[in-house]
Design a protein around this ligand. Structure first.
Ligand code: AMP
Ligand code: MG
Length: 339
C-alpha cells in the first residue's frame, strides 16, 4: 500500500482527504498534542481491527476513542456522571483519558472485550478538525509499531507505518510528547491507570481522593490481574538495552565510560561535554515538560545510531516527570541502577 503524506500546507484539503479515507474504513495517522495516533472509525469494528494488524498490537489491549466536543461522549458511554463532567470541564480538550462503562455502540474490538471504554478529547486543532469532518469518533492508539517508542513527529510515524496505512497527516512535533493520563471512573474511588500530561495533583483538585494503580511503577507478576492491559507489556523501547542510572554526573559519566557494549547516554541539556561516549540530551534537568517532549525522539535516535546500550539520567519526578519515569521504566524493562 502507498502511504500518502498529507502536508501541513494542504490545510483544509488535507483534512477532507484524511476524513474521506477514514470514512472508507482506512487507517490514517493523525497528530495530537500527546503523540501521533493511528486512527480508524471507532464505530466500525472491521476498520478498528486493521489497527491491531498494522501495529502488531496484542488483541487484549483496548483503544482510546477520540471525540471533538464533549457531548459526543454521550452515545459512547453508560452514564456520564458528575465526576466525569467535572473532569471534562477542567481538562478537555487536553491530555486526559476518562474510562467509563461502555454503551452498546462501542465494538468489542475497541474495548478488547472489557465492559468499559476510554474516551479523550484532544486539543490539537488538526485532530479535532478531522474528527468533525468524519462525523464519527476515532479509535486511535499511538501510531508506532507495538513496543517501540511512541511517535512524536510525522517522520517517526513514516519510519514505522510506511506501506501499512493509507495516510499520515503532518501536524508538526507533538507539544506534550508523551501519552495522555488515563483515569478510570468505573469504580468507586477514581484511579490513575497511566500517568501522563495531567498530574495526580490536578486530578485531586477536581475529584478529591484519586488512587494511583500499582502497575504505574512496578513490574507486574505474570499471573497478576491488571486493570489497564497496556501496562503489562514491555513498551516504548528501542532495540538497544536501556538502563536508568541514578547518581552524580561524575559517577554517571565514569559508569558509561567503563561499559564494554556500544554505549551512549541520554543526559540533560548541557551535560554532553562531561561524557566520553555519544550523548543525546532530553531537556534540562529541572524541566519535566521538556523531558516529556523530547524523550521518545531521543529513544528513536539511540537506534538510528545503532547503539547497543543507552544509559539514561534519572528524570525529575515533579509534575509530568512521574509520567516520564513511568515510560522510562517500561523502556528499560524496569532496570534501574543506583551508583
Ligand atoms: P495507547 O492508545 O497506545 O496509548 O494505549 C491506550 C492505553 O489505554 C493502554 O494502556 C490501554 O490498556 C488503556 N485503555 C484503553 N481502554 C481501556 C479500558 N477500557 N480500560 C482500561 N484501560 C484502557
Ligand atoms: Mg501506545
Amino acid at each position: 500500500m502507498d502511504t500518502k503524506f498529507i502536508k501541513k500546507e494542504d490545510g483544509e484539503k488535507g483534512i477532507l482527504e484524511a476524513a474521506r479515507l477514514l470514512k472508507n474504513g482506512e487507517l490514517v495517522a493523525i497528530p495530537t498534542e500527546t503523540v501521533y495516533g493511528l486512527a480508524a472509525n471507532a464505530l466500525d469494528g472491521d476498520a478498528v481491527e486493521k489497527i491491531f494488524l498494522a501495529k502488531g498490537r496484542p488483541q487484549d489491549n483496548p483503544l482510546i476513542v477520540h471525540i471533538s466536543q464533549t457531548d459526543e461522549i454521550l452515545p459512547l458511554v453508560e452514564g456520564f456522571d458528575d465526576r466525569a463532567k467535572a473532569l471534562a470541564e477542567a481538562f478537555w480538550p487536553g491530555p486526559l483519558t476518562i474510562i467509563l462503562p461502555k454503551s452498546e455502540r462501542i465494538p468489542t474490538q475497541v474495548s478488547a472485550g472489557l465492559d468499559t471504554v476510554a474516551v479523550r478529547m484532544p486539543s490539537h486543532p488538526t485532530a479535532r478538525a478531522i474528527i468533525k469532518a468524519c462525523g464519527f469518533p476515532l479509535a486511535a492508539p499511538s501510531a508506532n509499531t507495538s513496543g517501540k517508542p511512541s511517535p512524536t513527529s510525522a517522520a517517526h510515524v513514516m519510519d514505522d507505518m510506511n506501506g501499512k496505512i493509507a495516510a499520515v497527516v503532518d501536524g508538526g512535533n507533538c507539544d506534550v510528547g508523551i501519552e495522555s493520563t488515563v483515569i478510570t471512573l468505573a469504580q468507586n474511588t477514581p484511579r490513575i491507570l497511566r500517568p501522563g500530561g495531567i498530574t495526580h495533583e490536578q486530578l485531586e483538585s477536581v475529584l478529591g481522593n484519586v488512587e494511583i494503580d500499582k502497575a504505574v511503577f512496578k513490574a507486574l507478576e505474570n499471573d497478576e490481574k491488571v486493570l489497564s492491559p497496556g501496562m503489562k507489556y514491555k513498551h516504548y523501547s528501542p532495540n538497544a538495552r536501556v538502563i536508568i542510572v541514578k547518581g552524580s554526573l561524575e559517577n554517571f559519566a565514569k559508569f558509561a565510560a567503563d561499559r564494554q557494549e556500544k554505549t551512549c547516554v541520554v543526559c540533560f541539556d548541557g551535560e554532553e561535554r562531561a561524557m566520553s561516549v555519544p550523548a543525546f540530551s532530553y531537556g534540562h534537568a529541572d524541566n519535566p515538560q521538556e523531558q516529556a517532549r523530547e524523550l521518545f525522539d531521543v529513544l528513536r535516535r539511540v537506534d538510528d545510531e545503532n547503539m547497543e546500550l543507552a544509559l539514561v539520567r534519572f528524570p525529575s519526578l515533579d509534575g509530568v516527570g512521574i509520567a516520564v519515569y513511568n515510560r522510562l521504566l517500561r523502556a528499560a524493562g524496569f532496570e534501574v541502577v543506583e551508583l
